[in-house]
Each structure stands twice: as structure tokens, then as C-alpha cells.
Design a protein around this ligand. Structure first.
Ligand SMILES: Nc1ncnc2c1ncn2[C@@H]1O[C@H](COP(=O)(O)OP(=O)(O)OP(=O)(O)O)[C@@H](O)[C@H]1O
Ligand SMILES: [Mg+2]
Length: 352
């Protein structure tokens, strides 16, 4: 992927807990990690995927760009959560020009919103994995008012939104860039953020199944707040390991264990659903990302449920990284949190 200065974009991942920004530079030797930064945002700024406090969030973005001296103003951002519906549908094979009407008619069944309130995009994935004479089509519907909110936000931050992507696709984009030893294997990408989880089952570069749920590290924070007399901020510090003297450590471990077990159950259910498909092939590897990977016991719990290789994503592996600017300690702490911002920074202005 070569892109010149003209269509160069900064990747901005607006999570409900952290905003992350990444800027890459293409050189003759490869793609260089030029800038990366992240900042925590106040709880309640984004709720259920919707921007609640636009002014403060725009300010946080502006500050993040300033503190990392990012001067490029063209950005790629992504959306996710409730207002985004992603569905792979199977329809009988038909010519391209009949597709539009069929997709819109089919989409009405799956989209819990008025069809006039959403932007619909679709991509033919190829022949269906599930039934002969059918094609698989990936349909994405995003609420128009959500897109409008993101555009307003970016403008308010003094930037230009050039691409509005979807979190799951940006993550897949970062994953696709990585050197891959398990080529041909079915891969499950799982991102567990603060307020949502996304699952994406991939064969090569094609998605076989996607699911979004509302699980995330906020469940742990809420449970800590309900059991102990601590603020949300203190609970957040406890969860991210910045302090361990506020609340008994054993109780925290128990909460983490219970919540991460519920994540495993949910993930196993998705895997089981996938396994009922006709041409099912075993999931060979699971790649984790998001703040959820730091929750003690989660990975082991998942390993005991599913028979697959499990690893944590490191999107920096595909990039040339200057160790003086980004030491190993940074990579270890940030790798799992960075892929969506990196996946967005890899986009170019004329990408769809
Ligand atoms: N070592 C850690 N560093 C950072 N966050 C951690 C760590 N350990 C646990 N966490 C949790 O992970 C959360 C951040 O994860 P992430 O950045 O994936 O969320 P997000 O992208 O903001 O959320 P979402 O995608 O759900 O909107 C924090 O709120 C925190 O509770
Ligand atoms: Mg996120």
C-alpha cells in the first residue's frame, strides 16, 4: 500500500474510554510509525456509541493532536456500537444491477431502524460458504444522525473527516497488514473495549461472521463501584493496574474472573453458532485486542474453553518503529489498544 502525501490521513479511534491517534509515513523501506498518542476521556462523554458531550470531546481531540504535534488535519475515524449494523447475508446469485434493490429489501428485515434513517453500504464477498448458488454480501448500515454527529465533532476539533469507517473493519485492516504465519487458517478477531466487544471470523481476508455485543471492561468498573465505596475514576485506576491499595486485591480478582468468564461464554456461543454452518472449518487462531486483554485470567479462561492458538495483536509489528521514540515498554502497553487507530491511519483518501 503506497500513499503519497496528498491523500495521507491521520487515524483517529474515538473509544468510549480512550481516544487514540496514529500517523504513519510511507518510505522506501516500508511504513514508519510517525506519531502515536492516546488520552483518556471522561466517563459519560460517549454512551452506547453516541457522543453525549461534543464540546469536551472535541477539546480532548484538539489537545491530543497538539500534545503530539500532529499537524495533518485530514482524518479517518470510525464508528461502532448500537447505531452500526453489520450483517453478512446470503442471497441467490444475481447480476450486479439487481443487487441494490434486493439488498435494500433484505436489509429491512435485519435493521432495527427505519430504512430512511440509515446509510447502507454493501460489498459482495463472493460465493456463499453456506449454500450453493448463493452469494455472500456484507451489508453495513449506519444511522445517518450518528455519521452527522461524528462529522460535526471532527469539524469542531478543527479537523477534516475524510473517511468514516467502522471499528471492526479498521481492526481487520490492521490485522491484514501483519505478517501471518497461520495463512489459510480461520481466524477469530476479538476486540474487547470499555463498552463493547466485536467479533469477526475471517477466512483469508473475507469475513464469515461478525457480531457486536455490549460487553466490556466497564462491567468490571461498574461492579467495583457497586461493591465498594469508590469513584468511577478510582475503579478505572484499579482495573488498569495503576493502583492496588484502594480495595482488597482478591475481591478485584474475583470480579475480573467472573466478568471475563461471562465474556468467554459469549464468545463460545458465537463460535458455536459459526460451527453450525454448512462448510464450517475449525477456528485455528484467535487474535485479541482492546483493553479487555489486560484483564487477569481472561486469556487463560478463553484457552480452557476453546481449542485454538490465542494471541494478542501487536499492530506495530507491520511497521518500522524507532525504538528511541517508541521503546519496548510502550509497545507492550499500547499494542493491544492501537490496532483500530493504525488500521484507520492505513486508509487513504480515495478508499471506499
Ligand atoms: N493496562 C491497561 N491499560 C489501559 N486500559 C486498561 C488496562 N487494563 C485494563 N484496561 C481497561 O481497558 C479500557 C480501555 O480499553 P479500550 O481502549 O479498548 O477501550 P475503548 O476503545 O475506549 O472502548 P470502546 O471501544 O468499547 O468504546 C480501560 O477503560 C480500562 O478499563
Ligand atoms: Mg475501542
Amino acid at each position: 500500500m503506497i500513499f503519497g502525501k496528498k491523500d495521507h490521513l491521520v487515524g483517529l479511534d474515538i473509544g468510549s474510554s480512550f481516544i487514540k491517534v496514529a500517523e504513519l509515513k510511507v518510505t522506501g523501506k516500508g511504513i514508519v510509525l510517525h506519531k502515536f498518542g492516546m488520552a483518556r476521556i471522561a466517563p459519560g462523554t460517549i454512551v452506547e456509541g453516541r457522543i453525549v458531550d461534543m464540546d469536551n470531546l472535541a477539546n480532548d481531540i484538539r489537545t491530543l493532536f497538539k500534545s503530539h504535534k500532529i499537524r495533518e488535519k485530514n482524518v479517518a475515524v470510525s464508528t461502532g456500537g448500537h447505531s452500526v449494523v453489520i450483517k453478512t447475508i446470503n442471497i441467490s446469485t444475481r447480476p450486479e444491477k439487481q443487487l441494490h434493490d434486493t439488498i435494500y429489501a433484505e436489509a429491512e428485515q435485519y435493521i432495527p431502524y427505519d430504512i430512511g434513517d440509515v446509510n447502507i453500504d454493501y460489498q459482495v464477498l463472493g460465493e456463499s460458504e453456506f449454500s450453493q448458488g448463493h452469494m455472500s454480501v456484507l451489508v453495513v448500515a449506519v444511522k445517518k444522525d450518528l455519521v452527522a454527529d461524528y462529522i460535526d465533532l471532527i469539524h469542531l476539533a478543527g479537523l477534516y473527516p475524510k473517511i468514516i469507517d467502522v471499528d471492526t473493519f479498521a481492526l481487520q485492516n490492521a490485522y491484514d497488514m501483519l505478517p501471518n504465519e497461520s495463512q489459510g487458517e480461520i481466524t477469530l478477531l476479538i476486540d474487547i473495549g470499555a463498552s463493547k466487544t466485536s467479533l469477526n471470523i475471517l477466512k483469508e481476508k473475507a469475513s464469515l461472521m461478525m457480531r457486536d455485543t455490549v460487553s466490556g471492561t466497564n462491567q468490571i468498573i461498574e461492579e467495583i463501584c457497586s461493591q465498594f465505596d469508590v469513584t468511577m475514576d478510582e475503579a478505572e485506576q484499579i482495573v488498569s493496574g495503576q493502583t492496588n491499595d484502594i480495595v482488597n486485591q482478591k475481591s478485584i480478582e474475583e470480579i475480573c474472573e467472573e466478568v471475563s468468564k461471562s465474556w468467554c461464554t459469549e464468545i463460545t456461543e458465537v463460535v458455536n453458532t459459526y460451527q453450525t454452518s454448512a462448510n464450517y472449518e475449525k477456528i485455528g487462531e484467535i487474535v485479541l485486542s482492546g483493553g479487555g486483554v489486560f484483564i487477569k485470567g481472561f486469556k487463560d479462561s478463553l484457552l480452557s474453553e476453546l481449542d485454538a492458538e490465542i494471541s494478542i495483536i501487536n499492530p506495530f509489528e507491520a511497521l518500522i518503529v524507532n525504538e528511541r521514540k517508541f521503546p519496548d515498554s510502550f509497545i507492550t502497553k499500547t499494542g493491544a489498544l492501537a490496532p483500530i487507530a493504525i488500521g484507520l491511519a492505513l486508509r487513504r483518501v480515495d478508499d471506499k
